[in-house]
Design a binder for this molecule. Structure first.
Ligand code: IMP
Length: 429
């Protein structure tokens, strides 16, 4: 399939990196299409762990061109530090390409992100404080500075001067902070940062289309996930970009007719970091919730925050199947459920005594919804060494069949451990 999108179907941290990495073998190009260094992919290759934030995971393969598309927001200092980290581990980053149209994250974005959060008080979103929202906001209000502006120092400086006029007013008068100095920022970003960024900057839309026209396989790698999408997520508790499959089209510059396959990555349970409604959440102190966090190592790759755990939510997943037009699901971390006596699945919501099988469109309903769960027997077996569908105990097979039936989409792959080889290719039932 020449063009494949990999998209998270829950609130992120589904383990997208593992399957992106698996598909990468067949790909010539891997393109990130949205988000920034709020993302964190952890890949375990030959026992070594790679924590990637910005560089597409395909970088670990010599035959792949890793591309950062126009829909991404790029902190060049973070990107270069990641390149240095990878280079030190022996990974060649010279093939990396960055869209000239991607917007930059600059230090004032990060400061504004942290300040805005502080002043939201109890309504705060729990952002990653990486400057993601403020950078996308500048893009929308058309005062953003793009990667290509680094190529023209005069333009970069002019834009920086103009935008700092406004940002410094806000920082000093509203937030009582120190202003940013144009000369200081210009010196940093037009010096070593610029020199090191220039070789990577290009027209990535052209690059992607040349690859597709040559019949090469291109993977579009989403960060975050469906329910963190600015339009389709649990607004305002969302990120500021479009992780859903449609975001790949705008964020990489390909039309929908180019897309052949959309793989939704779902965890066998759910986690969420930061604030926002979570219908199947297991309250703090719940032994099963603690078990999922401990066994699943559910702490943020980037921020170290404990993720909120909960049961698999088929209502959300049905919505994810729709909004992304998923062709299939890759289910991760099934092994995390290995020791449980029973596993639950939320099949519908109860909102004020009414049963909902599809996601209520009104956010207040979502806040009041309680899960209607079905409970299945656990398998109490270690799945981590299993490689064939036939190896799975009947209870685990029943669980997968039940999920498929509930969400009406085939589960083609199942992850049974963190390693590159720990997965089962499953024939769709
Ligand atoms: P932001 O993307 O930093 O603006 O954060 C907005 C919301 O998205 C917060 O609730 C974050 O915790 C969440 N978020 C952002 N990136 C990720 C991710 O990669 N995984 C999970 N949650 C994320």
């Amino acid at each position: 399939m020449p063009a494949t999108i990999v998209v998270g179907t829950q609130w992120g941290d589904e383990g997208k990196g593992k399957f992106t990495d698996l598909f990468a073998k067949e790909m010539s190009m891997v393109v990130r299409y949205q988000g920034g260094h709020n993302a964190g992919h952890t890949l375990v290759v030959d026992g070594e762990s790679f924590a990637l934030q910005l560089v597409p995971s395909g970088v670990l393969y010599d035959h792949i061109v890793p591309v950062i598309g126009n829909g991404v927001v790029v902190d060049p200092v973070v990107l270069l530090a990641e390149v240095d980290m990878l280079t030190a581990k022996g990974v060649d980053c010279s093939r990396l390409r960055v869209s000239g149209n991607a917007h930059l994250i600059l230090p004032y974005h990060q400061e504004i992100d942290a300040l805005t959060e502080r002043y939201l008080g109890k309504n705060k979103l729990g952002t990653t404080k990486r400057g993601i929202g403020p950078s996308y906001a500048d893009k929308s209000t058309r005062v953003g500075i793009r990667v290509q502006d680094l190529l023209d120092p005069k333009i970069f400086r002019e834009k920086l001067e103009a935008v700092l006029e406004d940002k410094n007013q806000v920082l000093t008068r509203v937030y009582n902070r120190l202003p940013f100095d144009v000369d200081e920022l210009a010196e940093t970003y037009l010096g070593e940062v610029r020199d090191r960024m220039v070789p990577y900057v290009t027209d990535t839309v052209g690059l992607v289309h040349e690859a597709l026209e040559a019949g090469q396989h291109v993977l579009f790698e989403g960060a975050q996930a469906t329910f963190l999408d600015l339009d389709h997520g649990t607004y305002p508790f969302v990120t500021s970009s479009s992780p859903t499959a449609g975001g790949a089209c705008t964020g990489a510059g390909v039309g929908p007719r180019h897309i052949d396959r959309v793989v939704g990555i779902a965890k066998a349970y759910i986690t969420r970091v930061g604030a926002g409604p979570f219908v199947t959440e297991l309250p703090e102190g719940d032994p099963v919730g603690d078990h999922l966090v401990d066994v699943g190592h559910e702490y943020g790759t980037n921020t170290g925050r404990r993720r909120r755990p909960g049961w698999f939510d088929a209502v959300m997943m049905r919505q994810a199947v729709r909004v992304n037009s998923l062709s299939e699901i890759a289910l991760t971390k099934l092994d995390v459920l290995d020791q449980l006596d029973e596993v639950s699945v939320c099949v519908a919501y109860d909102v004020d005594g009414e049963r909902h099988e599809t996601l209520p469109y009104h956010q207040s309903d979502l806040h009041r919804a309680t899960p209607i769960c079905e409970t299945l027997p656990g398998w109490k077996t270690d799945l981590t060494a299993m490689t064939e569908p036939g190896d799975l105990p009947v209870e685990a097979r029943n669980y997968l069949d039940f999920l498929e039936d509930q969400v009406r989409c085939p589960i083609s792959l199942v992850g049974v451990g963190p390693g590159r080889e720990q997965f089962i290719h499953r024939t769709a039932s």
